[in-house]
Design a protein around this ligand. Structure first.
Ligand code: PRP
Length: 209
């Protein structure tokens, strides 16, 4: 496994991922689990955010303290990445949210860009790309390329489940990008679905199956 790939070993991640995969899990619980898993993985992905020292006055005396030194951008890939925003945003309310619209052409499995609302120059130092599923890796690769061209210094991908085929594509194209996941699954099927996976993360969140 390349050093850039981090698969969470946290028991809560494993527990919640199992509930998420369950075909009996309804849309409401599915959305809650996506939100909670995003918080847990986002917490791990932000473990190296840079800090500045800043003293703080407690009711008793001055204590050493720290404040975040970097602006963070959350970049959900529409649609399925949307469900990963709120939980992370609650932990880091100053984060900016930049939406990227990519869908996968069902025949070619190539990503098609349909929405990009990034400002002309980056206003953040760190971007977390949010997408629960990394299948062929086409969407993740395209999103990383957009952010690199935009000029972001530090980019991380935060997903839930990856297929080995897609993970290879992304790590070979972008060996500098940390990838945080809850699980690496077995394979992609002939329709480009991750197996065993959890089905279609967008449809299961938004009830469109
Ligand atoms: C899914 C998923 C990823 C992409 C992964 O989105 O949410 O964005 O496919 O596939 P890839 O690694 O092969 O690119 P989809 O295209 O189904 O769009 P949706 O989120 O709007 O349902």
């Amino acid at each position: 496994m390349p050093n850039q790939v981090h698969i969470s070993e946290h028991p809560l991640v494993k527990h919640k991922l199992t509930l998420l995969r369950d075909k009996a899990t309804d849309h409401k619980i599915f959305r809650e689990l996506i939100r909670e898993l995003a918080m847990l993985l986002g917490y791990e992905a932000m473990a190296d955010l840079k800090l500045a020292e800043q003293a703080v006055e407690t009711p008793l005396e001055t204590a050493p303290g720290h404040i975040l030194q970097e602006e963070v951008g959350l970049v959900p890939i529409l649609r399925a990445g949307l469900g990963m925003v709120d939980g992370i945003h609650e932990m880091i309310p100053g984060a900016q949210v930049w939406h990227l619209g990519l869908y996968r052409d069902e025949k070619t499995l190539r990503p098609v860009s349909y929405y990009n609302k990034l400002p002309i120059v980056p206003t953040v130092q760190v971007c977390l790309i949010l997408d629960p599923m990394l299948a062929t890796g086409g969407s993740a690769t395209a999103a990383i390329e957009v952010l690199k061209e935009w000029g972001v210094n530090r980019i991380k991908f935060v997903g839930l489940i990856a297929a080995p085929e897609g993970l290879d594509v992304v790590t070979q194209a972008h060996p500098d990008i940390p990838i945080h996941l809850a699980a690496l699954d077995d394979h992609l099927n002939e329709r480009g679905f991750i197996v065993p996976g959890l089905g279609d993360a967008g449809d299961r969140q938004f009830g469109t199956a």
